[in-house]
Design a protein. Structure first.
Length: 272
């Protein structure tokens, strides 16, 4: 079975406006899969769609929807009712602020939980039954090393990514034997526009175009992701992050949390 037959004819990529999401959509298009591009910013989605059109012959569809907004998933369902989605890729929900839980309004945390937990769960529940009926398809839920253990400045984010990892693993147990690949793809620090903007605002890099120290290249992440789409339930991207996960998993939880606290301090460039 070809890639496009197994995971097509359409893929839905949530968080497709830039960074890893846009690169994932581009790679899908190059493999012959039509792509629904979903994110909040219409203008940026149009740019991604134009890039795909310039380099491939597949179809694209753009959906400018904030997945934390009430009724958002219903809008996605309605906008894709006329196509067959064989792959759901959910990489929305980054944390652009990286600050203490009490330093932000509770609405920020609530939106994070809706965008990172409720929305992907609802989308999986909608799109997976048809995949099971066909006996083919896939679901990729992006996680983060922040979900390995609790740490400061990413309270709701880390908790939501822990949910995503366990949800993907549990869903894999139910769907894998029915022909549907489910993968929790765990990323570490990655050289994306969002990360560059965050580190530039903090003064950690001198330009929003400068690569943050220790960040993985998006192309390397995409190469490893596509090589492991069927290697669920969980794939941790990068040797360093895999080693960190193994180390944290071998420690008592209080020690693991202390290490995450130290890592957060290093990322902030100051004490926490």
């Amino acid at each position: 079975m070809s890639f496009a037959t197994r995971y097509g004819p359409w893929a839905l990529v949530a968080g497709a406006s830039d960074g890893v999401g846009a690169a994932f959509a581009q790679e899908l298009a190059e493999r012959g899969v039509n792509v629904v591009l979903l994110a909040r910013r219409q203008a940026v989605l149009d740019e991604v769609a134009a890039q795909i059109a310039a380099s491939t012959s597949v179809q694209t569809r753009t959906l400018a929807i904030d997945l934390a907004r009430p009724g958002a998933v219903g809008e996605v369902v309605a906008a894709t009712a006329d196509i067959r989605v064989g792959l759901l890729v959910y990489c929305a929900g980054a944390d652009p602020s990286f600050r203490p839980f009490l330093a932000a309004p509770i609405s920020d945390a609530e939106s994070m939980v809706i965008r990172n937990c409720m929305a992907p769960m609802q989308l999986c529940h909608h799109f997976a039954p048809a995949m099971v009926e066909r006996g083919s398809g896939g679901i990729v839920l992006f996680g983060s090393g922040a979900g390995f253990a609790g740490g400061p400045n990413m309270v709701a984010y880390g908790a939501s990514k822990a949910f995503d990892m366990v949800f993907a693993e549990a869903l894999w147990t139910e769907l894998h034997d029915k022909g549907v690949d489910v993968l929790g793809l765990i990323l570490g620090k990655t050289n994306t526009p969002a990360l560059r903007q965050l580190e530039y605002r903090r003064g950690q890099i001198t330009s929003p175009e400068e690569a943050p120290s220790g960040a993985a290249a998006v192309d390397d992440v995409i190469t490893e992701a596509f090589a492991n789409l069927s290697n669920g339930p969980t794939w941790v991207v990068g040797e360093n992050l895999r080693a960190a996960m193994q180390m944290l998993g071998s420690l008592p939880r209080n020690q693991a949390v202390e290490l995450m606290k130290q890592a957060s301090a290093a990322a902030m460039g100051s004490d926490v």
